[in-house]
Write a protein that binds this ligand. Structure first.
Ligand SMILES: [Zn+2]
Length: 114
């Protein structure tokens, strides 16, 4: 019982120390640091407007076509092995139907079911 009590006390001290350290960080985040925080937030905001390159061509990410990059890429292109939105996939399928049928025995792009 006593052992458990001591452990609890130690934890409390540690938490308080963490709080003080945090307060020091946040307290110091005024002036110069604050404006850099705002700049960082603004930068993140502008990044949201452009498609994330990490998501390009990924399943349920953004369309692999650079000019498109719409979200919801669930069509798998068997040639590029990347994912495309339904609009680009249907265009690719139309254009490459003959070749795709010869190469894969099915459309170039097929929808990926979950
Ligand atoms: Zn697309």
């Amino acid at each position: 019982m006593g052992d458990q009590h001591n452990r609890g006390e130690k934890k409390e001290i540690k938490t308080q120390k963490t709080y003080l350290a945090m307060a020091a960080i946040f307290g110091g985040a005024t002036g110069g640091s604050m404006s850099s925080m705002i700049k960082k937030a603004a930068h993140q905001l502008s990044e949201d407007e452009t498609p994330d390159p990490e998501l390009k061509g990924k399943y349920e990410g953004n369309c692999n076509r650079t000019a498109c990059q719409r979200p919801g890429a669930v069509w798998y292109n068997h040639s590029t092995r990347e994912h495309y939105c339904s609009s680009c996939a249907s265009t690719l399928n139309k254009v490459n139907r003959a070749d795709a049928m010869r190469m894969f025995g099915h459309d170039l792009c097929t929808i990926v079911e979950k």
